[in-house]
Design a protein around this ligand. Structure first.
Ligand code: GRF
Length: 216
């Protein structure tokens, strides 16, 4: 009998290309997770149409309908409890959550950030990478904790920064890496190959995996 697949809820705010990469990966029968729902805080997020076309149930918890962060987070928590996911993947989800919400879901929330953390936390990562002159840039999948972009790192992918890159060119190179990295990191987490030990994520990688810019 095949191993049970982890239930995943994906939180989005925008175009949803990382969400789409997760949905595509989960369509493979041997992928260890299923995308049970996509939840957006924006009713007009492009991600919603992509999810619907893929047959994934969607929900909107519109932050504008709530008077405070606490009320929005309570509604999001209620929606998530309906879905009952094992894992919550943030994929371009542009809301800061209250410590109370984080506490409830901590250890189950993954995020993808478009930089090699701990460099370039926050917004405008590609512009800042170009300005700083780093030669390697990339993306990170990490656990979500109360401190923004500071949770334990599950996986990273690096890409070169090339002479002549502008923000769009660099963003596109990183985004392509995001689409490869996030499904891998989710699979490793869902299988229990990546797990939290003493505040850091350890990964039991396949022995034949060569050292590379993408690791694990
Ligand atoms: C990605 O670059 C992701 O790393 C960041 O927001 C962007 C979302 O893009 N958190 P998309 O909605 O997945 O296309």
């Amino acid at each position: 009998m095949p191993a049970p697949r982890s239930r995943v809820a994906v939180l989005v705010s925008g175009r949803g290309s990382n969400m789409a990469a997760l949905i595509d990966a989960a369509a493979q029968p041997d992928f260890p997770a299923e995308i049970a729902a996509v939840i957006s805080n924006r009713p007009n997020a492009g991600a919603l149409a992509i999810a619907e076309r893929a047959g994934v149930p969607t929900a909107v918890v519109d932050h504008k309908a709530f008077a405070s962060r606490e009320e929005f987070d309570a509604a999001l928590d209620a929606e998530l409890r309906r879905v009952a996911p094992d894992i919550v993947c943030f994929a371009g989800f542009l809301r800061l959550l209250t410590p109370g919400f984080i506490e409830k879901w901590e250890g189950r929330m993954l995020n993808i950030h478009p930089a090699l953390l701990p460099s370039f936390k926050g917004l405008d990562t590609h512009a800042r990478a170009l300005k700083t002159g780093v030669k390697l840039h990339g993306c990170t999948v990490h656990l979500v904790t109360a401190e923004m972009d500071a949770g334990p790192i599950i996986a990273q992918a690096a890409v070169p920064v090339l002479d002549g890159d502008d923000e769009d060119a660099l963003a596109a190179r990183v985004l392509a890496a995001e689409h490869r990295l996030y499904p891998r990191a989710l699979a490793a987490w869902a299988r229990g190959e990546a797990r939290l030990v003493d505040g850091r994520v350890t990964t039991a990688s396949a022995a034949d995996e060569p050292p590379a810019l993408i690791w694990p």
